[in-house]
Design a protein around this ligand. Structure first.
Ligand code: GGG
Length: 357
């Protein structure tokens, strides 16, 4: 039976990297005899908002809930729609309503790519960021008072529920168990944020009791960001709240040379709702329309989607194809962010051909 994939390219370079993501997925599906059926939705973008006054139709949940996975590009075009409106009107709805409480973001220095950190080689940087994805600092509890006056007050509360924290920690510990180094690092700030973050630390300690074979440490977020740059080889699985995880999963890939290659999976581990796969990068309006965006983040997200659907071998083959093209280092193929003069299409095409297209 075909796996039904909902495709939402979104804004900016999402529209350009998505065709390459689909092209490579189709090549992998052909090679491994996987039946994928793609359905494209033209909502979840800022032009839709300009036309309809909202990012998505009212029945978006009904339209998408029975798909096996969502394949997403990027959202945001601040000149058209304020970023908080476009993000909360689309991506954050998916994460919350489909209970995609794990945001899994691999961070790996690939062959052929030069890290901005001196002397780092492939193998030196290879870890996962596990980001809590439905609560934390991304809460909708808060409000404004005395708007427009000198007494103006704005408040947005951080929400940490025991269920919410424990379930993402469990996912991170389970992931650490599968890794050779069996190491988990928790991102905290419990010296300054005196209620929610000590609670996070407590839950980590409590969970650690169930995983005696995992080596657990924690860092305050400020020194943790410094250590990402100074000692990226220390990390294996890094777990953080919604905001900390978001920051770390941009910084990590930046240490591997470019955020353009970083993939992510927004996962509902129970499989009750579809999971969503998207590059870590945003819509990059500054380079949109030029055909120069790196499509690897989108392609690699497609590999994570195949693995999630039960096709690990096919997902691994996609990642190997990416690695092979990067290792070849043909500058006429690679995009500018990784030292080439190629385009979104030349890079997508090379990876697809490597898979037998
Ligand atoms: N493809 C990811 C994307 O479009 N991200 C836009 C963004 O700003 N995301 C913030 C977030 O993931 O919380």
């Amino acid at each position: 039976m075909a796996h039904r994939i909902a495709v939402i390219a979104g804004d900016g370079i999402g529209q350009e990297v998505m065709p390459e993501g689909l092209r490579v997925l189709k090549a992998a599906a052909q090679r491994f005899a996987i039946d994928l059926e793609f359905t494209t939705f033209d909502f979840g973008n800022c032009d839709y908002y300009l036309e309809h006054g909202k990012m998505m139709p009212d029945d978006w949940f009904e339209q998408l809930k029975d798909f096996d996975a969502l394949f997403y590009g990027a959202v945001g075009w601040p000149e058209k729609v304020p970023d908080h409106i476009s993000l909360w009107g689309s991506l954050i709805q998916f994460r919350r309503c489909f209970d995609q409480y794990v945001n899994l973001r691999p961070c790996k220095l690939m062959p052929g790519i030069k890290s901005p950190l001196a002397g780092r080689q492939p193998g030196d940087i290879d870890f996962y960021v596990v980001r809590e994805n439905t609560e934390g600092e991304y809460s909708s509890i808060g409000g404004k008072m005395f708007e427009g006056t000198e007494r103006e007050v704005v408040i947005q509360e951080t929400v940490m529920s025991r269920t919410g924290v424990d379930r993402v920690l469990k996912y991170a510990f389970d992931l650490a168990k599968t890794r050779p180094r069996k190491k988990l690092t928790s991102a905290t700030k419990s010296n300054g944020i005196s209620i929610t973050m000590p609670y996070w630390d407590e839950r980590v300690q409590e969970m650690a009791k169930q995983y005696p074979d995992i080596d657990v440490d924690k860092f305050h977020i400020d020194i943790l960001t410094a250590n990402f740059v100074l000692h990226p080889d220390w990390f294996d699985v890094v777990v953080g709240s919604n905001l900390f995880g978001d920051i770390l999963s941009d910084l990590g890939p930046a240490c591997t040379g470019t955020i353009g290659i970083a993939p992510s999976a927004n996962i509902n581990p129970e499989g009750k709702f579809p999971s969503l796969f998207e590059p870590v990068h945003g819509s990059a309006p500054d380079i949109a329309g030029k055909g120069i965006a790196n499509p690897i983040g989108q392609i690699w997200s497609g590999a994570m989607m195949l693995e999630h659907l039960g096709y690990k071998e096919a997902g691994d083959a996609m990642v190997s194809a990416i690695e092979a093209i990067l290792a070849e280092g043909d500058s006429s193929v690679l995009t500018g962010d990784i030292g080439g003069q190629g385009t979104t299409r030349t890079l997508g095409e090379a990876i697809a051909k490597r898979l037998g297209e």
